[in-house]
Design a protein around this ligand. Structure first.
Ligand code: ADP
Ligand code: MG
Length: 283
């Protein structure tokens, strides 16, 4: 039986209200894309001809190709593998990394739903004044996911280790085995729903205490890897200062409670919300 141990938080830094500025100025990848030297042009052709990218050519505008090229040059990606997922805003690919498999999440500049993205970015102090330029919004979004993964890790929540970010491309630890992605909670028979619920609830509390609300938490964004639960998809996560953070958290709790109730462990969103927002004991 899987135990779903929690991550040890001893020594984990619980951050306060200070947020890193997120820089959306032109990246090195933009410069590479503009220069179009011979090596880049060869790389671009190779990627454009690769079978696994054929169906999703909308992903690969020149600047995105340049971001991929930069990630290869920097040694984060050695070879691209097949798609793991084709979502609404992003595609995720398996790739060979430096010494292990990695997952490469590529946000589509053109397909992305900016209006929805803006609703999450507005009110987040990290993104003040970023404007409504499409490229900037998606680049900010991608950097936000990277920063959120870091923050979640520091708070003792199991998430894929963030490895690198370039423009609209995020490289992270691959969760899975032998190229098979880890199964989502929605895809497994949950043997012990009570334990699994308690872990998800605790993760949500740790995120909250680290100043973050996931915003899209459900059985689709939690996976089982090596007998542990991991949370994915932190792009839309907002800080607790966001005007809608409470609504997002209530919705997250409702989704999680509804899932576990269907698994035979009766819980309510309200009970989870109360647990998550319970004031931290004085140290
Ligand atoms: N680091 C990863 N390792 C393994 N699979 C992943 C990883 N990141 C994403 N995936 C797979 O891709 C799917 C979509 O990724 P996600 O980050 O949830 O993006 P979306 O916004 O499209 O839902 C996930 O449900 C998961 O199956
Ligand atoms: Mg998802």
């Amino acid at each position: 039986m899987t135990e779903f141990d929690l991550v040890d938080t001893d020594g984990a830094e619980i951050p306060g209200d200070e947020w890193d500025e997120i820089d959306v100025s032109e990246s090195e990848a933009d410069a590479v894309g503009r220069k179009q030297d011979r090596e880049f042009l060869e790389f671009r052709k190779r990627i454009k001809d690769a079978d696994q990218f054929k169906v999703t050519d909308s992903v690969f505008d020149d600047a995105t190709l340049a971001a991929l090229y930069k990630l290869v040059q920097d040694g984060h990606v050695a070879a691209f593998g097949g798609p793991l997922s084709t979502g609404k805003e992003a595609n995720v690919y398996l790739a060979a990394g430096d010494d292990r498999d990695v997952a490469v999440k590529i946000y589509r500049i053109n397909a992305s739903d900016f209006r929805a993205m803006r609703d999450y970015l507005d009110g987040d102090p990290r993104f003040e004044g970023i404007g409504s330029d499409k490229r900037k919004v998606v680049v900010a979004w991608t950097k936000k996911e990277f920063a959120n993964l870091m923050r979640a890790r520091d708070a003792g929540v199991r998430v894929p280790e963030p490895i690198a970010v370039q423009r609209n491309v995020l490289v992270m630890e691959f969760l899975g085995r032998d190229g098979e992605r880890a199964k989502r909670l929605s895809e497994v028979a949950v043997e012990n729903p009570e334990t699994a619920y308690e872990v998800v609830r605790e993760y949500t509390r740790r995120l909250y205490r680290a100043g973050l609300v996931h915003g899209d938490l459900s059985e689709y964004n939690v996976v089982v890897h090596d007998g542990e639960l991991y949370v994915l998809d932190l792009g839309q996560a907002v800080t607790v200062h966001h005007p809608n953070s409470r609504d997002f958290l209530e919705r997250d709790c409702r989704n999680v409670a509804a899932f576990f109730s269907r698994q035979g462990y009766e819980v309510t969103g309200e009970a989870m919300f109360e647990y998550v927002t319970e004031p931290e004991p004085e140290p």
